[in-house]
Design a protein around this ligand. Structure first.
Ligand code: DLL
Length: 432
């Protein structure tokens, strides 16, 4: 089933016209209501009437996270406070939080896009969805919540953490869908095994997983652990929250809800727009949001766009599963390394569990990479020779994939800290 066939299967010409007219109106609103954007547009030599087509997007200025912080908390809102019905914020690691406002229309729009996404994963009113994303200022919990209610599913708003209770609710309330971060899904899967729960008591059939990068190899691991089909959901608070894009059952990239969020891929160095199929930084322009529309927002997420029609019948542009963030890229002894490359290698080794950490240091002016890898309970052995065999295989595969060697250290089952939300895969002491 397709939630909104008119939009999701629109022909390219129709989509182009819709995006263009919405963009024109949005520029006018920004110009009239937000001094920051009025100045930016003036600096770029753009008057609102100049922009008639989405093809002119590249003439428009970018917005960055720093712009959001500089206008903290409400400087980018286009509507008076009385029209704002919700505020979310993401804290990040440093500095002021990033604040996002929603009007009632925006909340309904958000529920609509999440409902479209859940429908892609075959979720409907007979399903019971356990939402183990955090509820609160983070957009994961409430974002999924409203979309799930819109499709008529039964919602268990359990939020994150308290793993024992998660398992009890999952069993007793017969949850069929699990929504949480991939790392927490992996942890829940392991906990089911550890508690000796019979697979027959778990009725899950799909997972709606996102909020952090995860590889297809990690997907296989989670699908095996929980006996589900795992779907990727992508989003960021600045744009709306979860539901900017979602995977359909063909799983060949996430469909972007481009009637509301227009994506571009740019070269993060030159800021030039890249052609479809090329890897670069995702940029979004939100054309229908009321409270805080953003013009060409730089996400720092790395992906590619594809515009061929999908076998599911949707014509919406697809983005590849995010490879990571430009700021996640590690430069180790001059070589570019993404944590996702390490994850792919580790998940191919059957004896490992889905928990690992990269530790980077600088010793005697040389970068070193240490990879801590947790071994699966059933493969942990007292035999040093067996463990050394696993370690050497990882060592070899890491070297051939990354092109640099790393110090691989195997650690005991269940010894690494588990994440209930977004996981911390990298500790870079060079930045401390
Ligand atoms: O993480 C919104 C969300 C909640 C998405 C629940 C999906 C599910 P933020 O906290 O603002 O919002 O973080 C946004 O998380 O720029 C990406 O770097 C990363 N991210 C989100 N989804 C994915 C995904 C939410 N599916 C930042 N794959 C984004 C990879 C993701 N990275």
């Amino acid at each position: 089933m397709i939630w909104n066939p008119e939009r999701e299967c629109a022909d390219r010409q129709q989509m182009h016209e819709l995006q263009s007219s919405q963009l024109t109106a949005m520029i006018q609103r920004l110009y009239n209501n937000v001094p920051f954007y009025r100045n930016k547009l003036k600096e770029a030599g753009v008057e609102p009437g100049d922009i008639r087509s989405v093809d002119q997007l590249k003439q428009l200025p970018f917005t960055t996270k720093t712009d959001l912080r500089d206008n903290y908390p409400f400087g980018l809102f286009t509507v008076p406070q009385e029209d704002v019905v919700r505020i979310h914020a993401s804290s990040g690691t440093t500095g002021k939080p990033t604040v996002v406002g929603y009007t009632q229309h925006d909340i309904e729009l958000w529920a609509e896009v999440v409902a479209r996404g859940l429908t892609m994963a075959g979720i409907h009113s007979n399903d019971t969805i356990q939402i183990a994303y955090g509820y609160g200022a983070f957009t994961g919990g409430l974002g999924l919540h409203y979309g799930a209610e819109k499709v008529g599913a039964t919602v268990i708003p359990i939020s994150t953490g308290n793993t024992k209770k998660q398992l009890q609710f999952m069993i007793d309330f017969r949850a069929t869908i699990l929504a949480c971060t991939p790392s927490y899904a992996a942890y829940l899967g392991e906990s089911i095994l550890k508690e000796g729960i019979s697979p027959a008591d778990i009725r899950l059939r799909a997972g709606v997983l996102g909020a952090e990068p995860w590889t297809n190899e990690m997907r296989k691991e989670i699908e095996k652990l929980l006996n589900i089909k795992a779907y990727d959901i992508y989003g960021l608070s600045e744009v709306i929250g979860p539901g900017v894009s979602m995977e359909c059952s063909c799983q060949c990239g996430n469909h972007v809800f481009e009637d509301h969020f227009i994506p571009e891929i740019i070269d993060p160095e030159t800021l030039e727009v890249l052609p479809d199929g090329e890897l670069g930084e995702l940029v979004f322009t939100t054309v229908s949001k009321e409270a805080m529309p953003l013009l060409r927002y730089r996400t720092h997420d790395l992906s590619r766009l594809h515009r061929e029609k999908c076998d599911c019948g949707r014509t919406l542009v697809r983005m590849d599963k995010c490879l990571g963030r430009t700021d996640d890229m590690l430069i180790i002894r001059g070589v570019n390394v993404f944590p996702s490359q390490v994850e792919s290698v580790l998940m191919e080794i059957t004896e490992t569990s889905p928990h690992y950490q990269l530790i980077i240091r600088r010793e005697n002016n040389l970068d070193t990479l240490e990879i801590l890898v947790e071994i699966d309970e059933k493969n942990w052995s007292d035999s040093i020779r067996e463990l050394e065999g696993i370690r050497q295989r990882i060592d070899h595969n890491i070297k051939s994939t990354l092109g640099i060697s790393a110090k691989v250290r195997l650690v005991e089952p269940n010894s690494m800290e588990r994440s209930e939300g977004k996981s911390t895969r990298v500790i870079d002491y060079r930045k401390c």
